[in-house]
Design a protein around this ligand. Structure first.
Ligand SMILES: NC(=O)c1ccc[n+]([C@@H]2O[C@H](COP(=O)([O-])OP(=O)(O)OC[C@H]3O[C@@H](n4cnc5c(N)ncnc54)[C@H](OP(=O)(O)O)[C@@H]3O)[C@@H](O)[C@H]2O)c1
Length: 158
């Protein structure tokens, strides 16, 4: 499976239940890469979407162990085992922290947007540069939007 994430210089990904910063070019790239593929996300990340609604044009597979929790237009799985029975190989894991950590070992490609700044944060992604089984496959040029510098880096599992 694939994963897609935006991290700052400390591999931080969120604060107070929200993203650290919104970069419209990055959101567009997220849409391009994930449209037509199933997305896998946690209950709390779903809550950050407009109206708490699933993403359009994609199968939304939500992880939540909350009894009775259901979402119109999405599938809810109570544990990784039952999720994996229904998650195709072309799925994208889209967060948040707990879901990335639960599924990192099942992914072989990571589309990382590296934001060249650091922010106060309370959610983090594992530092792939320190994990021996991951390596950089492709590194894009530094881009800039509204004064925020970032680059797209693709990691592959060795
Ligand atoms: N920068 C990025 O690219 C990016 C992407 C996505 C999210 N984020 C940020 O990440 C933060 C949210 O991350 P988070 O870790 O707090 O929340 P999360 O991973 O989005 O959702 C956590 C919830 O998912 C369910 N869950 C997770 N693992 C599970 C498992 N193994 N089995 C069953 N249910 C499971 C649980 O729901 P129940 O409590 O219902 O059991 C858990 O409370 C936000 O700040 C968000 O903005 C950043």
């Amino acid at each position: 499976m694939n994963l897609i994430v935006a991290v700052d210089e400390n591999w931080a990904i969120g604060r107070g239940g929200d993203q650290l910063v919104y970069i419209s070019a990055d959101l567009k790239r997220f849409r391009t890469l994930t449209t037509g593929h199933p997305v896998i996300l946690g209950r709390k990340t779903l809550a950050t979407f407009p109206g708490g609604r699933p993403l359009k044009n994609r199968r939304n597979l939500i992880l939540s162990a909350t009894p009775g929790y259901a979402v119109e237009g999405a599938e809810v799985y109570a544990d990784v085992g039952s999720l994996m029975e229904h998650a195709p190989e072309d799925a994208f894991v889209i967060g948040g922290e707990s879901v990335y950590r639960a599924l990192l070992d099942r992914c072989d490609t990571a589309y990382v947007t590296k934001i060249l700044a650091s922010y106060p944060a309370d959610r983090y992604f594992p530092d792939l540069d320190k994990l021996p089984d991951w390596q950089v496959a492709e590194e894009g040029d530094v881009l800039e939007e509204d004064g925020v510098k970032f680059r797209y880096v693709t990691y592959k599992k060795k």
